[in-house]
Write a protein that binds this ligand. Structure first.
Ligand code: NAD
Length: 320
């Protein structure tokens, strides 16, 4: 089987590509390397045919570069995006271009290819402030409160309508917060950076059986952690004690920023019914991520984090 993975040099896409190659797929990665890197692909092994993945450096916002790239593939995994949720860090126009226009271009190429299936990386933020927790896939109305969530919901609708119109199959993966060794954004990465800066204090913002052309699956752990608990777990794994928390109050209702969803927990029963189980709970995932990040920083790594942080004071980031 041949896979075409957009965003395959990024955090989640590179792990997906590794797994596909291991499982014997022929993988073509399409990435503009704006956030992803060739280093993320260093763990790529060769499959039983001695093949590894092929990297095409290209941009989904440029239809001409996509034109022949996915001609022969069987399954398209669309993971390229601007993954920033925080509105103040995300220009709505850029979000539209990277998450909606790019998806439209990819779907045009998908339509003309022989590929039958597309898997789209969506997000729990499409639910907005869901009144049902854990939230099942059929929850409605889908009412995102961030431009990012809205752009991903638009992406879902474009994938669904294209699959319906062209008799193809679409699978939507609604990821909760994803963390792990190669992630370079999100709350855990952010807390490591803040604690490298000030090990004594952590600032926390805010206190079915029928055949369908489109199917959505929630992907997440079965538990949740408060942001304060995440901070405690990050600090503990970094070996920091006597930590005090400084809450900046956020927007007054405890929310950290405009578009921040206060409580989120996905119902993953549907994916589990297919045999998938979350290997780690939320706390273990945070601890494993911090350990691997500290390991990859090596000796003196935190000093580098501090220096980088000082150079880019404003670059805050977080998913969900
Ligand atoms: P990431 O930034 O590590 O990966 C995105 C990749 O897409 C990067 O390699 C980047 O270089 C590439 N890219 C961006 N724009 C592109 C373009 N126009 N053309 C080609 N390549 C482009 O992010 P990630 O965390 O791995 O996220 C992967 C997907 O999962 C995204 O669609 C994101 O919205 C979604 N998602 C992530 C999370 C999370 O917690 N990380 C949660 C929910 C959904």
């Amino acid at each position: 089987m041949k896979a075409f993975v957009t965003g395959g040099a990024g955090f989640i896409g590179s792990s997906l590509s590794e797994r596909l190659v291991k499982d014997g797929w022929e993988v073509t990665i399409f990435d503009n390397l704006s956030a992803g890197s060739k280093e993320n692909l260093e763990q790529l092994v060769t499959n039983q045919h001695g093949e590894s993945a092929t990297l095409i450096v290209g941009d989904c916002t440029r239809p001409s570069t996509l034109k022949n790239a996915l001609k022969d593939c069987d399954v398209v995994f669309h993971f390229a995006a601007n993954p920033e949720v925080r509105m103040e860090l995300n220009n709505p126009k850029d979000c539209f271009r990277q998450n909606i226009y790019a998806t439209h271009n990819l779907l045009e190429a998908f339509r003309k290819s022989k590929a039958e299936t597309i898997v789209f990386a969506s997000t729990s933020t499409v639910y907005g402030e869901a009144k049902v927790l854990p939230t099942p896939e059929e929850y409605s109305p889908l009412d995102p409160i961030s431009v990012y969530g809205a752009s991903k919901l638009a992406g879902e609708a474009l994938v669904g309508s294209s699959c319906h119109a062209f008799c193809k199959r679409g699978i939507i993966l609604r990821f909760a917060n994803v963390i792990g060794p190669r992630s370079n954004h999100g709350v855990v990465t952010e807390f490591i950076h803040r604690l490298a800066q000030n090990p004594q204090e952590l600032t926390i913002m805010g206190d079915g059986s029928q055949n369908k052309s489109l199917e959505a699956f929630n992907v997440g752990t079965e538990d949740s952690l408060s942001v304060k608990d995440i901070g405690t777990a990050v600090a503990k794994t970094m070996g920091l004690i006597n930590l005090r928390f400084k809450f900046n109050g956020g927007l007054g209702d405890g929310r950290g920023w405009v578009g921040d969803v206060r409580s989120m927990l996905l119902d993953v029963t549907k994916l589990k019914s297919l045999g998938w189980i979350p290997r780690l709970n939320s706390r273990n995932a945070v601890e494993e991520t911090v350990k691997s990040k500290l390991h990859s920083l090596g000796n003196g790594g935190l000093d580098n984090v501090r220096k980088t942080r000082n150079q880019a004071k404003d670059s805050d980031s977080s998913e969900g």
